[in-house]
Design a protein around this ligand. Sequence first.
Ligand code: AMP
Length: 459
Amino acid sequence: MHNTTDCCTISGPFHVLRGLQINMTDFSSLGLCEPLLQAVAEQGYKKASPIQAKAIPMVLTGRDVMASAQTGTGKTAGFTLPLLHRLSEMRTLKNHPVRALILVPTRELAVQVGESVIRYGSNLSLRSAVAYGGVDIEPQITTLQEGADVLTATPGRLLDLIRKQHLTLDHLKILVLDEADRMLDLGFKAELDQILEVLPVRRQNLLFSATFSKEIKALAHEFQRHPVKIEVETPNSAANTVKQSVYPVDQHDKPEILSYIIEGGKWEQVLVFVRTKKAAEKVADLLSDEGISATALHSDKSQHARSRTLVEFQAGAYRILVATDVASRGLDMDQLPLVVNYDLPKVPQDYVHRIGRTGRAGSPGRAISLMNPEEKKQLEAIRKLIKKPLKVEPVPYFEDGVNVTLNDAPTKKPGKPRSTSGQPGKKPAGNKKRPAFKSRSGNPGKKPAQSGRSGKGRR
Ligand code: AMP
């Protein structure tokens, strides 16, 4: 493979910048041009995050960079800002051929990163495009024909566009592999190899990954040249701002416990992760039956339906989104207070990505996992990965929206108490107690969460 050389040897095979304490760096000290600083200010960002403080100056030098950063740490701006800076300093080419390519593993992430490119580049005269599968290719072809300096794409659709001769990458100067670990997990290695084959040899290569596994290091070695290695957090550690709990629950009690937690804690918005598409639909239906507005997101839905569901959830049209791991990356909400793992993930890395949907950009977050006795092995694997004890706690009592067992109020205070009786402002009755742990089909005694139908219901 072209571009393969040994990495430089300042400390080991890579140039390691680990442990630098640059927590509160001004963007103005990083070397970015004025239009980008202005865009950052327009976003309301006060200071650069640690990954941004380290990655931005390095990317600006034109060197290859290999960075490990958890989702939610601001890594997108960490590569997008210096990438836009570098392009803005290069001579503009007629027809705006693609000069920067950002490869991402999922359609959701493509949309999210594409939007970041537009936001951060709003004061520059660069063009951008997004290409991903599952939707009509024609509008993407039209946008590319009009010219795009920056293209964000998933591997499959990108190859499609290249094969059908709607795209050449002859002028490419910068390649970014975002969430490279996920890319390999999803089996994109062959596609990546085919893409690398058609790129010009002289280019800057940036690799961002949540983990630096053996496979990721091998991939970096394959296409990067003397990469600077940047690490800002212990690989695989879950975001420090997220408070995590595991509740032991029988599988058949999970629906009831879930609605009890949502109503008892008066959580305004909750992202619930399940393992299967069928479970996503079923749990969303059960919650809707309880009067809690919920919708499902999984890969059986069309791309348009998935995008619409995400936008609607982000806009607050639904209180609960029940999703498979399709949403464990690429859902970016500033104020998502709670993530519930209805099922523990089979792949422990998915736990880190799932809970990374809350506690983003330094805001506090909460993650609750419902574990049945058969899921103990998965919990062990997660503990090993995140190197945290992750205590199993009893399901808490709630009093007026506050978890009195843990003295743990929701991170985002609701305005008015949500009514479960159909009357706004009326307190949900009977949610002081823990639920009776009986099967839904049996006699549960006192129901933990009331089942009035005041919510918006499923739409
Ligand atoms: P990312 O890790 O790139 O997905 O970013 C996570 C979230 O952090 C996004 O909502 C960004 O808009 C936000 N963000 C990125 N950089 C900053 C910053 N320096 N200050 C505050 N928020 C930021």
